[in-house]
Structures are given as C-alpha cells and as structure tokens.
Ligand binder design. Structure first.
Ligand code: DX5
Ligand code: ZN
Length: 218
C-alpha cells in the first residue's frame, strides 16, 4: 500500500476562521498543513504573510508546508522560518538564484522545496538536487484553487522520480488533486498530495480518507 501524505491547502478554508479550520483538518487526519502564500505579482492573487503563519502555528503540531508563490522570495524566507514553517518551498521561476534560496532555507534549519509551474521543465532541478528535501509539481497554474488537473504533469512526475534516484526527496503534487487524479500521480512517484477544494468541499475526514483510499491499492 502506498504511504501517501495528505496536505490540505488552507487556501480553500474559511479565512475568517483559519485557526479553527487548521484544527479541524488536523483532527480530520491531515498529515501536513499546506499554506499558499501569494503576492499578486508572481501569481495573480494575494493571500497571506508570515504573521498569519505565526498565528496559526499554535493551532497544530503537524508539519506546516509553506508554498511561497512570491518574487523576489529571498527577503521573506527568514520571516517564514521564524513564523514556524517546517518546509519552505520556493518557485524555480521566482528568482535568478535558486541555489542561493535553497541554501538560505536549510541554513535556517528548515526543509527546502522547489516548485515548478506546469510549463517549467524538470531539468532546472538537475544541479540543485542535493540541496532539496521536496519537489512540488504544480499540476495547475498557481494562483487559485479549484482548477482542473493538467494531465501532462503525470509524465513530469515520472521523470522527476527517475531523476532523483535514491535521494530522500519527497515529490508532492499540487492542483486539481482528488480521488480520481491522486492515484495517477502516486503511481508516477508522488508521495505527498496537496488538496484544497477536494478536502474543504465536504466533510474533511471523509474527503481526506477518500483521497488516501484512492491510492491504497498502489
Ligand atoms: C494553487 C495552490 C494550491 C491550491 C490547490 O496556486 O498552490 O495549493 O490551493 O487547490 P485545489 O486542490 O483546489 O486545486
Ligand atoms: Zn500550493
């Protein structure tokens, strides 16, 4: 049975009750809490900053998986680390110095991730693999929840899986993940799944279990 980590994205939560929502997904069986940070510049939407991550930190002991969709990103990494993020993921497209960003994240004692937009080839990872704890494959164009999964990202996930070899790097897929698409990406090599609308659109425990169960026979 595939051991899959489910990371509900609080982008689809009720922002007026975020602390309560984080506690609810924690007790509903979430493995990680996925936090989408958007700057209205790198992506066409605005969400939250490090103060919100800091305010949410006492509400869960689970891994806070912070996805930074911001450019420039380096000036904000220390604030997210101090706020209590466990994983800090930056976009390969967000700056000219990906290797430097990854070194900075690890120097702050955090797990370092790189995210790739759907149009970005996995080859940009080739020379930073040894600085990575996580690769976040975007299976929608970042900016909004509730978009349709892009099927070509299954092949990209397979290529990334082959590329990382026996390194201990988590492959996480983000965007349009539901009980139909989850088994496809897990079969391709993903071991962590972000799900926003698929979790928050109903009973959280049932929705998380449905995604997990969809991959159970793999
Ligand atoms: C999109 C975000 C995702 C988003 C996923 O930019 O990175 O984490 O919340 O939402 P769903 O699961 O609804 O596609
Ligand atoms: Zn995300």
């Amino acid at each position: 049975m595939a051991d899959v980590l489910i990371a509900p994205s609080i982008l689809s939560a009720d922002f007026a009750r975020l602390g309560e929502e984080v506690r609810a997904i924690d007790s509903a069986g979430a493995d990680w809490i996925h936090v989408d940070v958007m700057d209205g510049h790198f992506v066409p939407n605005l969400t939250i900053g490090p103060d919100v991550v800091k305010a949410l930190r006492p509400h869960t002991a689970k891994v806070m998986d912070v996805h930074l969709m911001i450019a420039p990103v380096d000036p904000f990494i220390p604030a997210f680390a101090a706020a209590g993020a466990d994983i800090i993921t930056v976009h390969a497209e967000a700056g000219a110095h990906l290797d430097r960003s990854l070194q900075l994240i690890r120097s702050l004692g955090k797990r370092a991730g790189v995210s790739l937009n759907p149009g970005t080839p996995e080859t940009v990872l080739e020379y930073v693999l040894d600085r990575l704890d996580l690769i976040l494959v975007m299976s929608v164009n970042p900016g909004f929840g509730g978009q349709a999964f892009i099927p070509a990202m299954v092949e990209k996930t397979k290529r990334i899986k082959a590329m990382i070899g026996d390194r201990k790097i988590t492959i996480e897929v983000d965007g349009g993940v539901n009980p139909t698409t989850a088994p496809e990406v897990v079969a391709a090599g993903a071991t962590a799944l972000v799900a926003g609308s698929a979790v928050f659109g109903g009973d959280y425990a049932e929705r998380i279990a449905a995604i997990r169960d969809s991959c159970a026979s793999l």
